[in-house]
Write a protein that binds this ligand. Structure first.
Ligand code: FE2
Length: 274
């Protein structure tokens, strides 16, 4: 690889900085290669939310993780453009900062089913618990119950691609706040160390948000570099108890709507025909 890079003109050497991103998802380059998984990371600028589209290249069945209501049309159009069949719409938790696109996607893509954790106390077509498996084509996500940011948080682990979709439980060099919706700093610490940072170090961490422009991390990186989670538990709890953050702007409209997977309790400007 070093020899190859040294033969490139200087302008092309810029590619070197992109190599880790390229390697972490080689299957994306082979777009629809048989047997591989299709992967796309989508973004909402306002809430800095990442939505993930995963699909099985053989059967074309796909899932969306943590869609945002304002982008439901974008997501449905992308599925159609790529010839993918949306089987499930998954949420990692009842979000407080944006309304999920799940309800609107159910209208736009008839037949897809919503998924939320049983512990969230919300309503969905399928309520999952720790260890449950979500299958689409030859792909599989395993549910890991990770309470802490909220009481009902789950992560979705993909052992085939060595990836974990962490929601707000583990962020890149951070973690979700723990001061409302049944949050608990002690529980979050236990969840992260027992369910996420116990995965192989090369596992890619895909969070629900990033506010600094980063796209993903790895278990190995976060074990060494996460400024909160590398602390002892007592110190972590003290940090989390003293964040003194103001509440998210949209919490009052987001939580009631998200407990219904974005089908009901919507603010006037986001109501769509169900
Ligand atoms: Fe959240």
């Amino acid at each position: 690889m070093k020899l190859f890079l040294s033969l490139l003109p200087a302008s092309k050497l810029l590619l070197r900085s992109q190599l880790p991103v390229i390697y972490q998802r080689v299957q994306s380059l082979s777009a629809m290669a048989p047997g591989a998984q299709f992967f796309r990371q989508l973004f909402d600028r306002e809430s800095c939310t990442y939505t993930y589209l995963l699909a099985d290249n053989d059967t074309k069945e796909g899932v969306l993780i943590d869609p945002v209501i304002e982008h439901a049309d974008r997501d449905a159009n992308l599925l159609q453009d790529l010839g993918l069949k949306l089987k499930y719409v998954l949420n990692t938790h009842v979000h407080a900062d944006h309304i999920t696109g799940t309800g609107k996607l159910k209208k736009l893509v008839p037949g897809c089913k919503s998924i939320l954790s049983k512990a969230s106390t919300g309503k969905a077509d399928i309520l999952v618990e720790d260890g449950d498996k979500i299958k689409f084509g030859n792909q599989e996500l395993v549910v890991a119950h990770t309470p802490g940011h909220t009481a009902g948080c789950v992560c979705y682990i993909d052992y085939q691609t060595n990836s974990v979709y962490t929601g707000d439980t583990l962020l890149i060099r951070g973690c979700g706040r723990t001061d409302f919706q049944g949050g608990s700093a002690a529980n979050l610490y236990e969840s992260v160390w027992s369910k996420i940072l116990s995965l192989p170090e090369h596992t890619t961490v895909y969070p629900a948000h990033d506010y600094k422009g980063q796209t993903c991390s790895t278990v190995g990186e976060e074990k060494k570099l996460n400024p909160r989670l590398t602390k002892e538990k007592e110190q972590f709890i003290e940090i989390m108890d003293n964040l003194n953050l103001s509440y998210p702007k949209k919490i009052k409209e987001s939580v009631p709507a998200n407990l219904e997977c974005g089908l009901f309790n919507l603010p006037e400007h986001l109501v769509f025909d169900k």
